[in-house]
Design a protein around this ligand. Structure first.
Ligand code: NAD
Length: 390
């Protein structure tokens, strides 16, 4: 493996490669069979890399490689895990995989995850997000050994009543667009399976993770601001933006992933949280406008002066609900989960990743591992619960 010296946040950070740090998540994933659906996607690729680093035996299930380029391919993750190509809409196929694998943990991320696509392909979106989740649950129903399952939905599962307060886990589910409705419907399917089947002595322990939009290196999905920027800037073009003054809570992808992994750990160690849903959102000071983010990234990434890095268009091709804030008190109270990075650290990690990919031609697996190392070490410094042994 190529060893890189990575300077971040003014400090020299010593590379540690892929050695397992036994304090992180209480070493619970080391040597365990972990099934990740959607492992070829943006979040799935980061989660897979982190789990491999934690010593897990990862089995990934995805329908395809959803983008070109793709983080999954750039990192050559198929060489580190058991990579299975399958469609979660096919119950027989999902059943066969789960029966064969007998997973100890499942992280279900596979989804049609793009709001704009859900307008063009509503049936595929609902079939994937609702029936796909149903097929996972139905396949888990016959397991005989304990299996901890974390199901990933979205902040968009809440009925967005456009209020200024953060949404709590007990707030009403809803969703006016197809993607949001599909995520709310998936939650209802989970709830009825929970109450009908996963009770008493049943070996499946499950919980739901809800997070909002995240940013990070390796995202090339459609209609996502960072991916749009990098596609444009890497070919010396300016990026088109629609709502420059929109404020968004910019959260690094590792933040909700630390929440999902912590939730898996908590469920494994105690049945107390079985059936619960948890929000994993950023702190309020992470809120910045799209323009502020682009200026910061442009500076950090490749543009000496920030002229012509974006063009503002008035074209809004689909309805997307306004900012929806998550209240994360429940995650803090029950899991002691807090986000780990501030805004400038978040933007720097994102900028450095694409800079390394497009301009420095770095070993991207080593660099991604190093960014996870940095995240873990900041967690240790900041006393995050997942970074120390219980
Ligand atoms: N990225 C975000 O900002 C964000 C925000 C909130 C929630 N989420 C949720 O997190 C999860 C992961 O999101 P992402 O951004 O990594 O998505 P992505 O679009 O990058 O990846 C989607 C993954 O799902 C797989 N997939 C799609 N349809 C499938 C099918 N029928 N069968 C099997 N696999 C299928 C794809 O192959 C891919 O691996 C999704 O559930 C998404 O709704 C993402």
């Amino acid at each position: 493996m190529i060893v890189i010296q990575y300077k971040l946040f003014g400090k020299k950070v010593e590379p540690r490669g892929s050695k397992v740090n036994s304090l992180i998540f209480d070493n619970i994933y080391n040597g365990r069979r972990v099934l990740v659906t959607g492992h070829t996607g943006f979040k799935g690729s980061w989660l897979t890399t982190w789990l491999v680093k934690l010593g897990a035996k990862v089995i990934g299930v995805s329908k395809d490689i959803p983008t070109q380029p793709s983080m999954f391919e750039v990192l050559n993750l198929s060489s580190q895990i058991q990579h299975i190509q399958a469609d979660i809409r096919d119950l027989a196929e999902v059943k066969k995989i789960i029966d064969n694998v007998q997973p100890e943990f499942v992280f279900h991320l596979a989804a049609q995850a793009i709001v704009s696509v859900s307008y063009n392909n509503p049936v595929e979106t609902i079939m994937t997000n609702v029936l796909g989740t149903l097929n996972i649950l139905e396949s888990l129903r016959t397991l005989k050994e304990q299996c901890v399952t974390v199901l990933i939905t979205s902040d968009k599962c809440y009925d967005n009543v456009e209020w200024v307060w953060g949404y709590r886990e007990t707030d009403q589910l809803g969703g006016k667009d197809v993607y949001s409705g599909s995520k709310a419907s998936a939650e209802l399917v989970i709830k009825c399976y929970l109450h009908s089947f996963f009770q008493n002595e049943h070996p499946v322990r499950l919980a739901i993770g809800r997070a909002g939009n995240v940013i990070g290196g390796g995202d090339w999905a459609r209609d996502r601001i960072i991916a749009d920027c990098m596609r444009a800037w890497s070919t010396n073009n300016s990026v088109e933006i629609r709502s420059p003054q929109s404020t968004r809570p910019w959260q690094h992808v590792l933040e909700p992933l630390s929440g999902y992994l912590l939730l898996g750990q908590a469920l494994e160690q105690s049945p107390r949280l079985h059936g619960e849903a948890f929000n994993f959102g950023p702190r309020t000071e992470q809120n910045h406008t799209v323009l502020e983010l682009l200026n910061e990234l442009g500076k950090n990434w490749m543009h000496k002066n920030n002229t012509n890095i974006y063009r503002i268009t008035g074209d809004i091709p689909f309805h997307e609900s306004s900012l929806l804030k998550l209240n994360c008190d429940k995650s803090l109270f029950h899991l002691k989960w807090e986000s780990n990075l501030d805004y400038s650290e978040t933007v720097k990690l994102v900028g450095d990743w694409y800079d390394a990919y497009y301009r420095k031609k770095t070993d991207m697996y080593a660099l991604t591992l190093e960014q996870i190392n940095i995240y873990e070490r900041l967690g240790i410094e900041r006393d995050r619960i997942w970074s120390k042994s219980s």
